[in-house]
Design a protein around this ligand. Structure first.
Ligand code: H2U
Ligand code: ZN
Length: 349
């Protein structure tokens, strides 16, 4: 079966069905010379406990509070929260100038007591505990706020402030830009077809040239419309709107699939691979959200081991642009995932 991207070797634009935006793909630019910024490769020789780390068990944080001697995961309210639950509701406007207060809360979630671990190093059972934490915290925050954003900044190249494995959750009253865009596209598709957009997309991509390692519960794909070089999208194959709805089997397979992907990422350039990842789940409000399908985005910034993809001039001023097609990247990523995980089977077996 020939894929729609077959024969698209000329510069072209692709449509992002999830956000209703276009991007430019020009696969002829990868051989251009590069004398710009080189990223430093991070040190992965970390101690299992770092006395100066504010996330390690038993240590004191920046606000003077002491972390408990936690044994698996640990959640606390961000000491420098960007959103506050007790903000009064104020809306101001004058001509074209508008502003509204935003009520919300910000949590920091530690994935492991081990300072030197990453999600990629964890056993499936340990990663599963992170999945459970995402789900329970989403449920709790969703009782109070419509938008619950679970995410992880991984690696200093993506702004992570500390190598200790951790993520964040920000929850707030307003639906932010990405949520609104995805909500509108998914709603439009659902009203037109009676199907969820991302389930139709998953059916179309399954086993195709951008599929990098799906199983019977999850589709793992370099999206047709990927803007970041090694971007991936993870979608449950069954109808799921929000993280707390994932059943046992979906959670176990998620932990396994995520582990495989992240080990593949680290194997690509044989060095720790930075990314920001996060979940888009249906807003926790009373509106009808039957069009929403849960999914996770992984946005890695690198093009090569030490070369970052800059979203700058044309990207900022016109639209996103990429230099390698999603299909070429999917081939590389599929091999990296295969190689990294066969090694793991050998070393752990
Ligand atoms: P990032 O690495 O993604 O920045 O997440 C770490 C968060 O931890 C960051 O938002 C918070 C920072 O505000 N933090 C605390 O809440 N307490 C501390 O003692 C240091 C960092
Ligand atoms: Zn630590």
């Amino acid at each position: 079966m020939r894929d729609v991207a077959h024969g698209l070797t000329e510069p072209h634009r692709r449509y992002n069905a999830l956000t209703d935006e276009w991007l430019l793909v020009s696969s002829n630019r990868t051989s251009r010379p590069w004398l710009g910024l080189a990223e430093t490769i991070p040190d992965r020789n970390l101690p299992s406990y770092d006395p100066s780390c504010y996330l390690c068990p038993g240590n004191v944080r920046a606000n003077g509070e002491r972390n408990p001697a936690y044994k698996s995961t640990f959640v606390f309210r961000n000491d420098f929260a960007a959103l506050q639950p007790d903000s009064p509701i104020v809306k101001v406007s004058e001509g074209l100038l508008r502003a509204e207060t935003e009520r919300g809360t910000c949590l920091v979630i530690c994935f492991s007591p081990r300072h030197d671990f990453t999600l990629a190093d964890m056993s499936q059972a340990e990663a599963r505990r992170v999945v459970d934490l995402w789900a329970t915290q989403s449920e709790e925050l969703g009782a109070e706020f419509p938008w619950v954003q679970v995410f992880e900044n991984h690696g200093s190249a993506m702004g992570a402030s500390n190598p200790h494995p951790h993520g964040q959750i920000w929850a707030g009253d307003a639906l932010p830009r990405e949520a609104l865009r995805e909500d509108e596209s998914q709603k439009r598709h659902f009203e037109a077809t009676g199907h969820r957009l991302l389930l139709d997309y998953a059916a179309q991509e399954s086993g195709g040239p951008r599929d990098v390692g799906s199983d019977d519960e999850w589709l793992l794909v370099v999206p047709f419309w990927a803007a970041w070089p090694y971007e991936t999208l993870l979608i449950p194959r069954r109808s799921v709107g929000r993280l707390p709805e994932l059943d046992e089997r979906q959670r176990d397979t998620l932990a396994a699939t995520m582990g495989r992907l992240l080990r593949g990422y680290d194997g690509l350039f044989n060095s720790p691979f930075p990314y920001s990842m996060g979940w888009h789940q249906a807003p926790f409000d009373n509106a009808d959200r039957s069009h929403w399908q849960l999914h996770a985005h992984f946005y890695p910034p690198l093009l090569q081991a030490t070369v970052r993809k800059f979203m700058v001039g044309y990207e900022l001023l016109s639209e996103p642009q990429r230099d390698v097609t999603a299909e070429d990247i999917a081939d590389r990523l599929r091999s990296a995932i295969g190689a990294a995980n066969s090694e793991r089977t050998l070393t752990s077996g």
